[in-house]
Design a protein around this ligand. Structure first.
Ligand code: GLA
Length: 382
């Protein structure tokens, strides 16, 4: 459905229309929950949400792309043993109320364009669309940075995913045409315009990832174990963000092989984020591509969050003349691949990837050219 028909539908049903984009992390994977740096942008693929207030405290939600409809009462929000899609919405409502906002009941009608389990933050987008809409109809004001923290808490507590702040922050606070260098410890930011001659291309590997399966949370546990061990070698280490390469080398025997590799990914990835920010500032696609490729190797070999389908796709994408580097995107274990390309070579690249990867999955792969857009908010229907 086009955005004009969504506006027409909202006007016809007397509801308000909100949308939240997907996030595209250029580089800085699995660094956010280690107090590190990330460099995400977002893209014009949206979670759309129509909302109209109710006179009671019921939230009734219809999820069109899931063909499902469920309700809960704001006075009785419980956590589920096996979280499903409604728990993201319950979590947002519960955490907003825990922060002192008195919400109104509402009818929500949701439709999403972001592939679920694709590594493009369909969950954070759903959370932010929900939070901004519920706040608006309840006449409550809240800074976008705070909304992103509340949505992160919702995902931690109600969806059972111990994610960092990156996804929610970039969906809430990104700027059209730009990428954000976000310090996940201080929440300090610097923005950089993505130069027109560099394009970011997303291709879905077709392998679905699912974060609550435990592997994502397990990586966070391993990082915390590593920090405890490194802190025995050097005082004052509170997170992998504080660890330098010499300290990491000095802790190698103490850490053992696996935790050493996990830590090496995080420590080197944080360095790559700063360098990638510089490459965007100076408009250097070759440098950016090389960093993206190095990130992928580290995620595959040290952090071990890739999978066969993603490896196949990265190899195919990297073999295209216009591609300067590719990597898995998001939490890993499936999902999409991001490729850095020259804008002038984009069309050739799309058809080559499609022709070479399509036969492997038996269909044309889903592809998307990243187009950084506005953050989550209400759609102006004027
Ligand atoms: C998921 C999480 C994020 C981040 C990435 C990996 O998208 O939600 O917080 O940890 O994985 O970088």
């Amino acid at each position: 459905m086009s955005s004009s028909s969504r506006i027409a539908k909202a006007l016809a049903t007397n509801s308000r229309l909100f949308r939240a984009p997907g996030r595209v992390n250029i580089i800085g994977e699995h660094t956010d929950y280690n107090d590190g740096l990330v460099l995400p942008t977002n893209t014009a693929l949206y979670t759309w949400l129509n909302i109209s207030p109710r006179s009671d405290r019921t939230i009734h939600v219809t999820a069109h792309n899931l063909g499902d409809s469920q309700s809960f009462c704001l006075d009785d929000i419980r956590r589920s043993e096996n979280p499903g899609w409604l728990d993201y919405i319950k979590g947002v409502a519960a955490q907003l109320e825990a922060d002192g906002v008195r919400l109104r009941g509402a009818e929500l009608s949701i439709d999403g364009e972001i592939p679920i389990g694709g590594g493009l933050s369909s969950s954070a987008s759903l959370e932010l669309a929900t939070a901004t809409a519920l706040l608006k109809i309840s006449a409550a004001e809240m800074a976008p940075e705070r909304i992103s923290e509340i949505c992160q808490q919702a995902e931690n507590l109600y969806a059972g995913v111990n994610c960092g702040i990156m996804d929610q922050y970039s969906v809430a606070c990104c700027k059209r045409g730009e990428a954000i260098l976000l310090d996940c410890r201080s929440l300090d930011t610097m923005f950089v315009t993505i130069p027109k001659h560099i394009s970011l291309l997303i291709t879905d590997s077709g392998a679905k990832h699912r974060l609550p399966d435990g592997a994502y949370n397990n990586r966070g546990d391993e990082c915390r174990q590593a920090v405890d061990l490194i802190a025995e070698v050097e005082l004052g280490i509170q997170s992998l963000r504080d660890v330098s390469m010499p300290t990491l080398q000095a802790s190698k025997v103490h850490l053992g092989e696996r935790l050493f590799r996990r830590s090496r990914h995080v420590v080197t990835e944080i360095i790559r984020v700063t360098e990638a920010f510089g490459a965007l500032q100076s408009g250097d696609p070759v440098k950016l591509g090389a960093l993206v490729s190095a990130s992928h190797s580290s995620l595959r070999d040290d952090f071990e969050v890739s999978c066969d389908e993603v490896e196949n796709l990265v190899e195919i994408a990297d073999a295209c003349d216009g591609v300067l580097g590719s990597r898995m995107i998001g939490g890993g274990f499936g999902g999409c691949v991001l490729s850095v390309t020259y804008t002038e070579r984009l069309e050739d690249t799309i058809s080559k990837i499609s022709n070479d990867y399509g036969p492997i999955i038996g269909r044309t792969p889903w592809m998307h050219i990243v187009s950084p857009t506005d953050p989550a908010g209400e759609v102006d229907m004027q």
